[in-house]
Every structure is written in C-alpha cells, then in structure tokens.
Design a binder for this molecule. Structure first.
Ligand code: ADP
Ligand code: MG
Length: 243
C-alpha cells in the first residue's frame, strides 16, 4: 500500500527551479532514502511535503488524500512528523521539557487532567529511554552533544505517534558510534510500523538502512531503485561527480 505519493511537484524561488516535476511514492512500512548533490532540492521536497512551503504545481497525497496546501500543524496532526537538518530543540528547556513542548503547544495541557499530564511525562521518559538518552532528561537541551540533540529531536517527534517521519540528515555531523545507534533506533521504530523518508549524505548509512533510494538531480528524479541499482547507475555517478 502507498502511504505517501508526491506527484509532479514543482517549486520555484525566483529564477531557480528548486523542485521540478518531482514524483515519488512511499510504501507503508518502508524506509526510503532521498539523495542527491547539494542544491538538488531535497530539503525543499521535505518542506513541500510537510507544509512549510507552498507548491507551485503538483500534488502530495497522504493515505489517498491531497494534503498540498495544508499548513505544517495540520499535516503534523495528520501523522507526518519531521526533523530538521540542524536539530531544532529548545536549548534553555531540559530534554524532558523539550519532549512535552508539542503537548503544551497544542493547547492540550489546559484540557488534560493532572493524571493525563503525568501519563504524558511517563510516555516522554519511556521514549527517552528507548532512545538511550533517559540519563539526560534533566539536562538543558543546549548542553547536549550534537548527536544527543538529533536523538532528542527524533524522540520528541515520536511523542505525536506519527505514521510517517521525514528525517533531514539524521547522521549529519554526528560521530560514527552514535550514527550506528541512530540507525538502530530508526530500524526499531520502523519495525514498530513507522514509515521513513530520509535525506542523508552518508552513503553507507543510507544504503544500509533503506530498501529504496530516490536520487534527485536539479529538482527532478534522476533514478530510483534498490541501493544496488542506484550504486551501479552511471547517470547517478555523473550527477555526483559533475557537481
Ligand atoms: P538540498 O537540500 O538538496 O541541498 P535545497 O532544497 O536546499 O537543496 O535547495 C534547492 C535549490 O533551491 C538550491 O538552488 C537552493 O539555493 C534553492 N533554495 C532553497 N531554498 C530557498 C529559498 N528559501 N529561497 C531561495 N532559494 C532557495
Ligand atoms: Mg538540504
């Protein structure tokens, strides 16, 4: 079953066509990699899917329903979470407080009883533990390492129990030992049913994690297939070497 379908999506910035009639689809329960040279439109595709940018043309369908034109909060509410190229966490809140921000932001806190609020806290602690960062729950976000911030951001996104999560360079700038662990956490969440689309420059990481790879070049899909298909594709090599 197709969970998300991007159809002929386009986005221009002035004279630059950042995304050019891009089409791709994500199978329910899959991990798909979106790769391509710098400036090929990967982050813009993420911003279009998640409602941070408005498309110029094309469509995005989630579970068969068009979501193009919806704002970020509405899309988040439908079950599509995302992380950012530079982890967006609140440096002056503790890790645990960071986990509870989405709950507060939705105005939910005012509606829930103390008991339910305690449930949210314990769910947050469980999620931090699942990411192996329970020990930093009381530390300020700003004091965490780069890799810990990435894990915290992922844990916070999971609080909303999304069906689909878009990760923008989850391994970027993270030390090799932690990259391995981030990969394991993504795999585990995937086993629990979460579908992933991830942008990443670390080729061994993407190739090891994804069943399908989509290669973007100048905003359009240049190739797609299994990691082995893509690795052996001459056009893909040209695109990388030529940029
Ligand atoms: P990638 O994530 O693959 O590196 P981006 O999606 O960030 O690529 O960028 C694709 C193209 O769109 C680039 O040429 C970039 O300079 C341009 N671009 C991206 N965002 C903006 C923006 N907000 N305003 C103007 N140009 C942008
Ligand atoms: Mg990018």
């Amino acid at each position: 079953m197709t969970l998300l379908e991007v159809q002929n999506l386009s986005k221009r910035f002035g004279g630059v066509t950042a995304v050019d009639a891009c089409s791709l689809s994500l199978d329910l329960g899959s991990i798909t990699g979106l790769i391509g040279p710098n400036g090929s439109g990967k982050t813009t595709v993420f911003n279009l899917i998640t409602g941070f940018l408005a498309k110029d043309a094309g469509d995005v369908r989630f579970k068969g329903q068009s979501i193009a034109g919806f704002g970020p909060n509405r899309i988040y509410g439908l079950g599509i979470g995302r992380t950012f190229q530079l982890a967006r966490i609140f440096p002056r809140l503790t890790a645990l407080e960071n986990m509870l921000v989405p709950v507060r932001r939705s105005g939910f806190r005012a509606l829930v009883s103390r008991g339910q609020w305690n449930d949210e806290r314990s769910r947050a602690m469980d999620m931090l533990a699942a990411m192996d960062i329970a020990s930093v729950a009381g530390l300020l976000g700003g004091s965490l390492s780069y890799g810990q911030r990435k894990l915290l951001e992922l844990a916070a996104v999971m609080m909303a129990q999304p069906q689909l999560v878009l990760l923008d360079e989850p391994a970027g700038g993270v030390n090799p030992a932690l990259i391995e662990r981030i990969g394991e956490h993504i795999r585990e969440l995937n086993r629990q049913g979460v579908t992933f689309l991830l942008v990443e420059h670390n080729m061994p990481f993407v190739m090891g994690l994804c069943q399908k790879i989509v290669v973007l070049h100048r905003g359009a899909v240049l190739a797609e297939g299994t990691p082995a298909d893509v690795r052996g594709n001459a056009a893909v090599l040209d695109a990388y070497l030529g940029s």
